[in-house]
Design a protein around this ligand. Structure first.
Ligand code: PLP
Length: 388
């Protein structure tokens, strides 16, 4: 399923060739890792575009070119982590800005907003899956920024990005979409009208669980200058080697995403038919309450599955104990399959009452489906269900 933009080469081609020109000095087909902190100047102030790696680095520049292209944006800024990309946005907004946030955003984002930036800005958390209510809130609250994540973690709830953007434009609010779960392969929020897109590159973009990184994509040249100023002044830059690893991981993004989805779809259907499973949440299943929106807004459904096992903590723990291939770990989007129990792990700090009120019960299990053989993965899950 190659995504053709008439003005551009296909997505697959761009993952490999944008920012991937051979090294002009040596002809090396793969980009050099400019593992250097500083750059020699011919005379004071006379340099070749690079002075110091906190500000710019040629390996990182190549990655930024490629990522901007993949998200159909003009510019991108690569940062040391997904959260440092979020931090730059928080510093970009003038003090006292109003920010409307989805109530189901990534836990680290929630923690940053409520414990670090709560004194600088005014945050309001709402259920953005309710489009009418969100549009009403935007009209009344008139936020400087609307912060969306779609699908969310771990409940895989979707927000109608286009409709939210339409309401935001009326009151001159900017819209940012954290697109980490879909990667630029399955969803392009810029095409739906978003002003900013954020990714934790740690997940699908790098895809090999060996790098932490983040990126912001956008079209506004002024924003590019502002993010440069902020990145350079605050300092959360990614190392040249890590940028190089992401460039390498990116080359297979399209084939990885297709394989993640193929595996996830099979496993979701298999789980849905399993007698020890209460309910499966996967945007690609007809049973997903927002399946129609998923089909409209995304070009695929991704590799993340959430399901409710029959029982509670005891049954969940037995299941996890029985797994060998699915590694028990936080994070997602790597080539290896991971399993996670949000109530005990990532969301343990959320009080049980609050967890239950948003549907995050003790029998909820999250899978990040990797690229192993599908039958091996299903065998592993079956062993989990058999474990006493
Ligand atoms: C992991 C994650 C982040 C944070 O990214 P880091 O690279 O871990 O700092 C932000 N948003 C989402 C949706 C994530 O999954």
């Amino acid at each position: 399923m190659a995504k053709k933009d008439k003005t551009k080469q296909a997505f697959e081609t761009r993952t490999i060739h944008v920012g991937g020109e051979p090294d002009p000095v040596t002809g090396a087909i793969m980009p050099p890792i400019f593992q250097t902190s500083t750059f020699v100047q011919k005379a004071p102030g006379v340099h070749q575009g690079y002075e110091y790696t906190r500000s710019h680095n040629p390996t990182r520049t190549r990655l930024e070119e490629c990522l901007a292209s993949l998200e159909n944006a003009k510019y991108s800024t690569v940062t040391a982590s997904g959260l440092s990309a979020a931090m730059l946005v928080m510093h970009l907004l003038p003090k006292g800005s109003r920010i409307l946030v989805g109530d189901d955003v990534y836990g680290g984002t929630y923690r940053m907003f409520t414990t670090i930036f709560h004194e600088r800005h005014e945050f309001k958390f709402i259920d953005t899956t309710d489009t009418k209510q969100t549009q009403k809130e935007i009209a009344e609250f008139k936020p400087a920024l609307v912060w969306l994540e779609s699908p969310t973690n771990p409940l895989l709830k979707l927000t109608d990005i286009k409709s939210v953007v339409a309401a935001a434009k009326k009151v001159k609010s900017q819209v940012l979409v954290d697109n980490t779960f879909m990667s630029p392969y399955f969803q392009n929020p810029m095409d739906l009208g978003a002003d900013l897109v954020l990714h934790s590159m740690t997940k699908y973009i790098n895809g090999h669980s060996d790098v932490v990184g983040g990126v912001l994509m956008y079209n506004d040249k002024k924003l590019n200058q502002e993010f440069f100023r902020l990145q350079n002044s605050i300092g959360p830059c990614q190392s040249p080697f890590d940028s190089w690893l992401v460039l390498r991981g990116l080359k297979t993004l399209a084939v990885r995403m297709r394989a993640h989805e193929q595996g996830a779809m099979k496993i979701a259907k298999w789980l849905e038919a399993h007698k020890q499973v209460e309910r499966v949440v996967y945007p690609g299943l007809k049973s997903h309450p927002q399946h129609a929106l998923a089909k409209k807004q995304m070009s695929g459904f991704g590799g993340m599955i959430t399901f409710f096992i029959k029982g509670g903590v005891k049954e969940s723990k037995s299941f996890l104990k029985g797994l060998k291939l699915f590694a028990l770990a936080e994070s997602l989007g790597g080539v290896e399959s991971l399993v996670e129990h949000p109530a005990i792990m990532t969301h343990a700090s959320v009080p049980k009452k609050v967890r239950e009120s948003i549907g995050l019960t003790d029998n909820l299990i999250r899978l990040s489906v990797g690229l192993e053989d599908i039958d091996d993965l299903i065998n592993d899950l079956e062993n989990g269900f058999k474990q006493k």
